[in-house]
Design a protein around this ligand. Sequence first.
Ligand SMILES: *Cc1c(COP(=O)(O)O)cnc(C)c1O
Length: 400
Amino acid sequence: MSIEESPPRDFHAYIKDRLKSMEASGLLWKPRTLEGPSTVWTKVQGRKVLVLSSNNYLSLSTHPRLIEAARDAIREYGVGSGSVRAIAGTMKLHLELEEKLSEYKRKEASIVFPSGFMANSGSIPALVGQGDLIVSDELNHGSIIDGVRLARAERMIFPHKNVEKLRQLLEENSPKYNRILIITDGVFSMDGDIAPVPELNRVAKKYGALLYVDDAHGDGVLGESGRGVINHFKLEGEDIIEMGTFSKAYGVVGGYISATEDIVAYLKNTARTYLLTGSTPPPVAAACKAALEVCEEEPQLIESLWKNTRYFKDALRKLGFNIGQSETPITPIMVGDNERANKMAEEMFNKGILVLPIVYPMVAQGTARIRTQVNARHTEEDLDLAVGAFESVAKKLDVI
Ligand SMILES: *Cc1c(COP(=O)(O)O)cnc(C)c1O
């Protein structure tokens, strides 16, 4: 039955129909199930596979320090917090995490959310409203897009990393609005390129706007001890709102905003994804804090991530792959059309390597790719194995 034939209010027929057409267009997710931890080698469908598609850049999710911190927290506090942060769900562990984070980020204050998605979707509408303006990079993450949609402010999009276009937008429009928030990803998740944060900040200051940087893929990866993109550009001390996540390089889960004391106090009283949701479970809060400590105490992990990044990119480049504009451990292998990207990921899996095809509508038509992410714990042999597999699959599929 097609959509047209379904009685207009037959809910279940409509959903069945949508599922069918998504399946037919190859748009349904078919995630592989991990039968072990998120480590560089894990078990999927009963066999050992090499993972090149995890955000767990430093393999902190299985780091003994984090596991021990989580265990201790469970013994002392249990597995749940019992409430939202604002009522009876603020535990000492939450405050310790926020304090540690502020110290690590060298910011006045921090607020922790259950996830990065919630940090964005709750903070943006809390910070700006009617009469205000949000200006957002066209390739910003979906959680920013949703946060922007929930805000009552006007919104404008600037072309990817185009500081001059942003300047023009503000030159023409800034007098019409009260407050202005400029939002960008620090590292863009599909291409691995880095936002021009110093230039964006200069434009923000010129027009009295505030810059908000989502550093999900820069945390634990860029800057001294993985302090992120703001540290990387030596912009600490600038009036910039830093948002990030514990679900990627920090290896756990959770989101945060680090900013001025006033902004954080304001968010703790206005962000609905903070006020109206159960707070971070004790083992998670404890493990997140341990992750920051490990980043400070084991810089060799981050060095190893970058060494692997250079090694892997060089090898792919030598083979003639188009690996885009990445400046980070995210390396896209450009393939072109959706079908070829799907086929390539499938063939890689048959060779025991887990990589993800990124296809339309996640990226523009014709720019389908395999997104790879190296890990601090990959060995040179692991990376050689992956490169060899990419070479033979790509030759077979006419990618190189
Ligand atoms: C992953 C990601 C998020 C969401 O973070 P979670 O903590 O996983 O919810 C937000 N922004 C960007 C840029 C991301 O890559």
